[in-house]
Design a protein around this ligand. Structure first.
Ligand code: ACM
Length: 636
């Protein structure tokens, strides 16, 4: 027997092969785990034994029992007494010692031949332990019903796990496009599988006001609806007063209560955002008196009234609330009274981003207020507004959160900052002792391109998976106790429905989940990619959409000294093979393989590329017009 045969013999008869031992592929990566060879087979009746009798644990056990019963067809029972045989039970044990390493959200999950036990200090910890338990089951467990596997087996593990941050968020922009209550629930269901616990709802913007305010009915009668457009955002015809306002929607207060409760049952808090003083066209269209600039306002159909230039932006229509108008503060008092009653979370987000102040500069009322208060510039006027809103929020028993622009001109005492223009706003706020949530656009804006723009839905900047995976919410030299955590943000200008939202979110949200839950030293790119692929399989069963863009090459074009175009194809995943063509036919793995920068043939019109791994196509065929590549290289 030569070495090759010996190797084959070893593989074939090794216990690992015989048992088909699966790797544990958990997202987010737990703090620690030990795996033993072998399996525990799920009994056909699952006995969840709630050892503490805690009612929240019974509720959670019922939720998970239903979830596992659907795809397995197994029965489940939840009881406070241990009448089941030990080896058939899932024991849920709470010991209420929150000071130990598991803390408030951690758990220990033991699976051995004697059964399953989840231990935690709180019901919340039990909830996360059971999420991990579901991830240990085969991907078919994500199927909605009727996947009759012969056996449902779990690897034998001892997992100790707890989060790095208490704030593990996702922002969903429900203003640019409306997402129904049922869709938001589905969004929450997906969040909690990956141990996110914060849903930030961006409830208002230029294109829609999405929350019923009973004392101000026009905010939703008018502000929740706009003219229907379908096509490319930013190219739409201007809205008119005459056209039917048929596109949009809003959450009634009952809807909001239902969502808050649904989220709370899954240990998710909802952070409401009312974005003021900028991004307020829908509010102004509802109550034109809120603007410094008289006019006939329509709810925006896209963002083309704002002009973005290198180093700044300006508005062609005034989409701001007037900081010098007492009515604005009366209206905001009413809005925040109702918002504060609906959302139990201690923070309310007041937005504060991207406020164009050119119309304030022209406003006589603003000039008079500035003279009266001794304010020297527009930043001071914005800071005045922020401080007034902060005092309204405090009067409702809430704390203020805002985008990092609320630092400009001086931050309100006690306000917290959500840093989006990189980490620098967060660093500045933390240095002043304010609390910070990190959501820098260059790491966690999951509305950006995740692959080459020629192969992705339109958006405005690049954020590949590997960059998201490198997100660390704590910058060097900053007191980590001031960093509440991090979140990814899903702006939906160019995301018209939930399928498109899922495509943008996954797998980048997996990367964010590890950045906000797992210890830094447990993160590893290669093993993460392996896990992502496993979770894709789970999503196939769950019918959740995701992007395969991590397989697509990073395309760089440059002009070389002899004046010709050269194309460089880089990889996010090392083990990929890239094949290409210039001859207008569609490449496969029998085509030339990319090894070094490509000189583009004189007459070629298009470069086509595709990625393979181990002989199997994994990326899409991407067509790259040479004219486009020349533009990238700064050539004519
Ligand atoms: C933002 O992205 N404008 C907060």
């Amino acid at each position: 027997m030569n070495m090759k045969h010996l190797f084959a013999f070893y593989i074939f008869f090794s216990p690992l092969f015989l048992l088909g031992q699966e790797k544990v592929r958990l997202i987010p990566e737990p703090v620690s785990y030990k795996q033993q060879e072998g399996y525990y087979e799920l009994p056909t009746t699952l006995y969840f034994v709630n050892e503490s009798g805690d009612s929240a644990v019974s509720r959670i056990a019922t939720m998970f029992g239903e979830r596992i019963a659907r795809p397995t067809g197994y029965l489940y029972r939840v009881s406070d007494t241990d009448t089941a045989k030990e080896e058939e039970s899932i024991r849920l044990i709470i010991n209420h010692k929150v000071e130990d390493e598991l803390g408030e959200e951690g758990y220990r999950l033991l699976v051995n031949h004697e059964g399953i036990a989840v231990k935690a200090n709180t019901a919340k910890g039990i909830f996360y332990g059971l999420q991990t338990l579901v991830q240990l089951l085969p991907p078919e467990v994500e199927h909605s019903a009727g996947m009759l596997l012969g056996q449902w087996r779990l690897p034998l593990v001892d997992i100790v796990d707890y989060p790095r941050f208490a704030w593990r968020g996702m922002m969903l922009d429900v203003a640019r496009h409306f997402f129904t209550k049922e869709e938001v629930k589905q969004f929450i269901d997906n969040m909690v599988k990956y141990k996110f616990n914060m849903l930030h709802l961006h409830l208002t913007d230029d294109q829609g006001w999405r929350i019923e305010i009973k004392s101000l009915p026009k905010l939703t009668e008018v502000g929740a609806w706009r003219g229907q457009r379908e096509g490319k955002w930013g190219t739409f015809s201007k809205p008119t007063a005459e056209e039917p306002k048929s596109y949009g929607g809003f959450y009634t207060q009952d809807d909001i209560r239902e969502l808050v409760q649904y989220a709370a049952e899954r240990y998710v808090s909802i952070l409401p955002e009312i974005d003021v003083p900028g991004h307020s066209m829908a509010a102004v269209a509802s109550y034109p008196g809120l603007s410094c600039t008289p006019g006939d306002y329509q709810v925006a159909v896209d963002g083309s009234f704002m002009i973005w230039e290198k180093g700044g932006f300006y508005g062609t229509i005034d989409n701001t609330l007037c900081p010098a108008n007492p009515l604005v503060y009366d209206v905001l008092d009413k809005v925040f009274t109702e918002v504060a009653e609906l959302f139990p979370f201690p923070y309310i987000h007041m937005g504060g981003d991207e406020c164009y102040k050119g119309f304030w500069e022209k406003s006589e009322a603003c000039k008079a207020l500035m003279a009266q208060e001794g304010m020297k510039d527009m930043d001071a006027l914005q800071s005045y507004f922020v401080k007034r809103v902060d005092s309204i929020l405090r009067s409702k028993g809430k704390q203020t959160m805002g985008w990092d622009e609320i630092l400009e001109g001086g931050l309100a005492e006690g306000a917290s900052v959500m840093s989006w223009r990189g980490m620098k706003g967060g660093v500045e706020a933390a240095r002043m002792g304010h609390k910070v949530v990190m959501s820098p656009s260059d790491f966690v804006y999951v509305d950006l391109y995740q692959g080459d723009p020629l192969a992705e839905p339109p958006t405005y900047s690049m954020l590949r998976l590997r960059k998201t995976y490198s997100f660390d919410p704590v910058p060097e030299g900053i007191d980590p106790s001031l960093i509440l955590g991090g979140q990814c943000n899903l702006w939906t200008e160019q995301i018209p429905h939930m399928r498109a939202a899922e495509y943008m979110l996954w797998p980048r949200a997996f990367a964010v989940a590890e950045s906000v839950w797992s210890p830094q030293e447990r993160k590893d790119w290669n093993s993460f990619v392996d896990k992502v692929e496993h979770h894709f399989e789970r999503f196939d069963h769950a019918k959740i959409k995701y992007a395969l863009s991590m397989y697509d090459p990073i395309v760089k074009a440059r002009k070389v000294p002899n004046g010709t175009l050269e194309v460089v194809l880089e990889k996010e995943i090392e083990s990929l093979d890239i094949y290409y063509s210039f001859d207008e036919t569609f490449p496969d793995n029998f085509y030339p393989q990319y090894y070094m920068p490509l000189s583009v043939p004189q007459e070629a019109s298009n470069l086509k590329v595709v990625s393979y791994r181990h002989g199997k196509q994994v990326g899409k065929i991407i067509n790259l017009p040479i004219a486009e590549l020349k533009k990238r290289a700064g050539m004519k």
